[in-house]
Design a protein around this ligand. Structure first.
Ligand SMILES: [Zn+2]
Length: 366
């Protein structure tokens, strides 16, 4: 293998590992009542006129189509004389986002200062607000189930203290696809070795890497949005897939070693041209035509939490834009490595992929 072949192989592997999908397979679990034509169903309009966020709006707000039933959020509490740690999650299981709030009790109003939060050995960034602090952590889909340490270090009148509790993380039975997924021309390994794609492949990988390395302050507020105007999942999170792969010798197709990858996000059904909404407040750190991802937008929600949207027919935002939950980022399409119109949405929390729906249901407060 020469140098370029090695680089291509790495880039291609990274991408397939990162996403890719078709809009074909229907989820058996989907209880969607959406009409096939994808008409707008019950989206609250004018939500963006509410910004800047009024401090008095404390409660979480989720914008979404009528056929989307948000999960009931589970809650755990760790009590202390000076503060309460509240943890919220769709499930305290693999592949979920967890929201935590540490709120001062009446006893802890003076001289209390949060210092550090550590979950399963990893320091979790948090934002200070008037009631205490808040943050979001991601449970890796491959995290070994069991009891994990949640450690909170704080000071009371200058004296260092520590609260240590355990949180049980359960497993999830992720779907496994047995049939080989045909990615059309992208299943032909020779296709993306064409020198005419070389610059775009290399450029796309560099841009994506740089965007996902952005470190910024917490940008989230109490409003979240479903990414579509209808709720129909066609590709489930962390679905184990086998990809068809071949190369051509003359006119003959030669089967190559199949690739087994996890689906790092959710696929949402939608006709070409239907809207794609930002799931939360953030800053656009990438809005580009990419080789594999097609028209792609990455939104930075701060503290290294990102959502990204792929295969769009067009992009309606530009790098640097501040977007609110429910703002249009682009339109559903089938650009890049995609075999049918759909939206691929991923959520990345400090390098950990989580089910995007587990984030938007969290009761984040201002
Ligand atoms: Zn996908």
């Amino acid at each position: 293998m020469n140098f370029f072949k090695v680089i291509f192989f790495i880039l291609v592997s990274l991408f397939i590992f990162g996403c890719s999908t078709t809009g074909i397979a229907e989820s058996k679990n989907s209880k969607s009542r959406a009409k096939e034509n994808g008409t707008v169903t019950g989206r609250i309009t004018g939500v963006n006129s509410q910004y800047p966020v009024n401090d008095k709006i404390k409660e979480h707000k989720l914008i979404g189509p009528q056929d989307f039933k948000p999960a009931r959020i589970k809650k755990k509490k760790f009590l202390n004389t000076n503060f309460t740690v509240s943890l919220y999650a769709k499930e305290f299981r693999q592949g979920n986002a967890v929201y935590f709030e540490i709120t001062k009790t009446s006893m802890g109003q003076n001289g209390f200062s949060p210092e550090k939060i550590i979950f399963n050995g990893e320091e979790i960034p948090f934002s200070v607000h008037r009631d205490g602090c808040r943050g979001i952590l991601g449970i890796h889909p491959g995290m070994k189930p069991g009891y994990k340490n949640f450690v909170f270090r704080y000071r009371i009148n200058g004296k260092a203290m520590e609260l240590k509790r355990v949180l049980y993380i359960g497993d999830v039975k992720y779907p496994v696809s047995k049939s080989r997924l045909n990615l059309g021309k992208f299943s032909n390994r020779d296709y993306y070795k064409d020198p005419k794609f070389r610059d775009l492949i290399v450029r796309s990988a560099k841009l994506k890497k740089a965007a996902l390395e952005t470190v910024s302050e917490d940008r989230l507020d109490n409003v979240f949005s479903h990414p579509r105007d209808m709720h129909k999942i066609t590709g489930r999170f962390w679905n184990k897939r086998i990809y068809l792969s071949y190369s051509k010798k003359g006119k003959r197709m030669v089967a190559r070693k199949t690739r087994v990858r996890y689906h790092r996000g959710l696929d949402f059904k939608g006709p070409v041209g239907s809207p794609v909404y930002s799931i939360a407040r953030g800053k656009v750190v990438l809005a580009e035509k990419m080789f594999f991802e097609g028209n792609m937008v990455i939104v930075d929600h701060g503290n290294r939490i990102f959502s990204y949207y792929m295969h769009m027919s067009n992009i309606d935002v530009k790098t640097g834009d501040i977007v609110m939950a429910g703002d249009i980022l682009g339109k559903v399409g089938s650009t890049g490595m995609s075999t049918g119109p759909h939206l691929h949405l991923s959520v990345l929390i400090r390098g950990v992929q989580v089910d995007p729906l587990s984030l938007i249901c969290l009761p984040v407060r201002n």
